[in-house]
Design a protein around this ligand. Structure first.
Ligand code: NAD
Ligand code: LMR
Length: 329
């Protein structure tokens, strides 16, 4: 079988970190051949063409064809998977929401081009920031494509949360499970340890033995560390995360296509679950079953958690109002 994958921003940093992993089979496994469509703006075409030359020199057995274009009609033609990475990154001192004016205009036309040219069962993953609201814009512009086909990446936040817990607990990271992200991929996000386990036992018990006052540690150390990790990376390395973002993108899409055996996190359209207003693209605890993300329902949400979810969702509502005011919704 062959899957057609469209990558926007293919000449950028994350694009470069993604392409070779996709060609090597990390996304869809060693049996699935891939056809790559690299969509860029004219200024980015040279870098994307250079990456295409290197893909050729990689002699990847799974890679059937690479097309580089700045025409969305060509870029999204027959796309089974669309990775919308192409957008400006933030710099030091900025919040991701500050990118709304610069980036939101990209996603309406791309949503429309997806509706017109992609495969009928296309799956779209928005990485470009502010990812949730960009996904909302793309979905709203894609007439005839169900909103469930549009997602925003919050897997990087979940990976950061699990890694911070693993470090604190001196436990292997793959033994830390069920740490969903709620809300927006922004500083208001809520990484939730209420249901988390380490080696199958509740994380809260293990944390108490190490940090003492767990609620204070969550409020003062853990949540801000995870929620501001993107800014920390920008401060330390001088530009925003690349390889970890590409890795999270691979994991998000792989799990969407191939399924999960436990919960993870993704920005998906709300149907009113957990009181999140219908239509917003919000991060939830999710499972992937038969190629569809399903929100994990029925979880107990404490008042403390509720307040944090509500704050992040309120920011999503504000972003939706802002793009409405810009005439993009
Ligand atoms: P980059 O500047 O290195 O690359 C962006 C590329 O997108 C450039 O090559 C640019 O020419 C291209 N581009 C711009 N507009 C385009 C359009 N309309 N169509 C196609 N391509 C277009 O940036 P990067 O480091 O690769 O980051 C890309 C985006 O991903 C940023 O918005 C960044 O904030 C975001 N990001 C999100 C997450 C997440 O977890 N959701 C993580 C890291 C980065
Ligand atoms: C991240 O979380 O690393 C990205 O969203 C980039 C950023 O601006 O923080």
């Amino acid at each position: 079988m062959t899957t057609t994958i469209t990558l926007t921003g293919a000449g950028g940093q994350i694009g470069y970190a993604l392409l070779f992993r996709i060609a090597a089979g990390d996304l869809l496994g060693p049996e699935e051949r891939v056809r790559l469509r690299l969509l860029e703006i004219p200024q980015g075409l040279g870098a994307a063409e250079g990456a295409a030359l290197e893909l050729q020199d990689g002699a990847f057995g799974l890679l059937e064809h690479v097309e580089v274009t700045d025409d969305p009609a060509v870029g999204f033609d027959g796309a089974d998977l669309a990775l919308l990475v192409g957008a400006r990154p933030r710099g030091p001192g900025m919040e991701r929401g500050d990118l709304l004016t610069a980036n939101a205009g990209i996603f309406g036309p791309q949503g429309a081009a997806i509706a017109a040219h992609a495969s009928p069962d296309v799956r779209v993953t928005v990485v470009g920031n502010p990812a949730n609201t960009n996904a909302l814009i793309a979905a709203a512009s894609a007439d005839g494509v169900p909103a469930e086909r549009f997602t925003a990446l919050t897997r990087l936040d979940e990976n950061r949360a699990r890694a911070q817990l693993a470090q604190t607990l001196a436990a292997p990271v793959d033994t830390v499970r069920r740490v969903p992200i709620w809300g927006n991929h922004s500083a208001t996000q809520f990484p939730d340890v209420s249901h988390a386990t380490v080696g199958g036992a509740p994380v809260a018990d293990a944390l108490e033995a190490i940090v003492g006052d767990v609620p204070a540690w969550l409020d003062e150390t853990f949540i801000p560390r995870v929620a501001k990790r993107g800014a920390e990376i920008i401060q330390v390395r001088g530009s925003s995360s690349v390889a970890s973002a590409a890795n999270a993108t691979i994991e998000h899409v792989r799990d969407w296509v191939r399924g999960t055996d436990d919960w993870t996190s993704a920005g998906v359209v709300s149907h009113g679950e957990y009181g999140v207003p219908e239509g917003l693209i919000s991060s939830f605890p999710v499972r992937s079953i038969d190629g569809e993300w399903q929100i994990v329902e029925g979880l107990e949400v404490s008042d403390w958690a509720r307040a944090r979810i509500d704050a992040s969702v309120a920011e999503l509502v504000e972003e939706r109002e802002a793009v409405r005011a810009l005439g993009m919704l």
